[in-house]
Design a protein around this ligand. Structure first.
Ligand code: PEP
Ligand code: MN
Length: 278
């Protein structure tokens, strides 16, 4: 008797033969279409007026979406943990003022419904990439999900995490490479540019890059962003702050509004050189 056909390992996430690339829509923003999607904003939502000011600089520079953490995964429990629901509300106010859809991290499966009610897209952070209950909740939330790569996850483990979200009903999923831990310590992490090429082959899902957490220092963020766009990334997630020295988290990697605008211009030029736009 013939053995049954083996089930594909990643029936939902894999690029099975003939499968077209998926375009993920968040409002009017489309990940995986011609335009490279630029997402900007502070690491953490800190204050209402500050959030509004930063949001305006992101919009002015040609950013398509706004980021900002309301629940922050911090290494030390004594560091600023984010403003929680209050921060989420500030993000909503910034969306109202600029029209930019917002993406924000959800850390706890119990907060998924609250975040999904207000945010346009749910971010699952590096430290949560294998929090399977969280992946399932996010997948079932009805909101598009931005799934970051864990700093220690292989592409295979990451794609399996994506499969959890898809299997729970979340069809709109965007992968985000943000650097991995290697022996090299010159930068905060090592941006795996090769991952973009491999993922384009292995999955139909859009792939974006976060050069901020990869570099860890503002002065090298733009070079990594240009490399990501040249390699075929569908978008960029970049931290920017109007008073970066005073930022309550990830201050060293926050771009000034001027540097963020320059990044947008340079990455637009690279996008056009590879047949896209930004
Ligand atoms: C963030 O986006 O601010 C963040 C915490 O990122 P990561 O999960 O990639 O460390
Ligand atoms: Mn950050």
């Amino acid at each position: 008797m013939n053995a049954p056909e083996p089930r594909p390992v990643l029936p939902l996430a894999a690029r099975l033969p003939g499968r077209e690339s998926t375009v993920v829509a968040v409002g009017d923003v489309r990940f995986g279409a011609e335009k490279v999607v630029l997402i900007g904003g502070p690491c953490a939502v800190e204050d209402r007026d500050l959030m509004l000011a930063i949001a305006r600089t992101v919009a002015g520079a040609g950013g398509a979406m706004l980021r900002g953490g309301a629940w922050k995964p911090r290494t030390s429990p004594y560091d600023f943990q984010g403003l929680g629901a209050e921060g989420l509300e500030m993000l909503v106010a910034a969306r109202r003022a600029t029209g930019l859809p917002v993406v924000t991290e959800v850390l706890d499966p119990r907060d998924v419904a609250t975040v999904a009610e207000s945010a346009d897209m749910l971010q699952i952070g590096s430290r949560s990439v294998q929090n399977f209950p969280l992946l399932r909740e996010a997948g079932a939330s009805g909101r598009p999900v931005l799934l970051k790569r864990g700093m220690m996850t292989t592409l295979d483990e990451w794609l399996n995490a994506a499969e959890y979200v898809l299997a729970a009903g979340g069809n709109d999923l965007v992968l985000c490479e943000r650097g991995i831990r290697t022996f090299e310590s010159a930068l905060r992490n090592t941006l795996d540019v090769g991952a973009i090429a491999v993922l384009k082959e292995r999955t139909h899902l859009p792939v974006i890059v976060d050069p901020s957490h990869a570099a860890g220092v503002a002065k090298h963020v733009t070079a990594l962003a240009r490399a990501a766009v040249a390699a075929g990334a569908d978008g960029l997630l970049v931290e920017t702050h109007t008073d970066s020295a005073a930022a309550l988290s990830d201050a060293a990697q926050a771009l000034s509004p001027e540097a963020f605008a320059a990044l947008a211009d340079e990455c637009r030029a690279v996008a056009r050189a590879v047949g896209r736009d930004l």
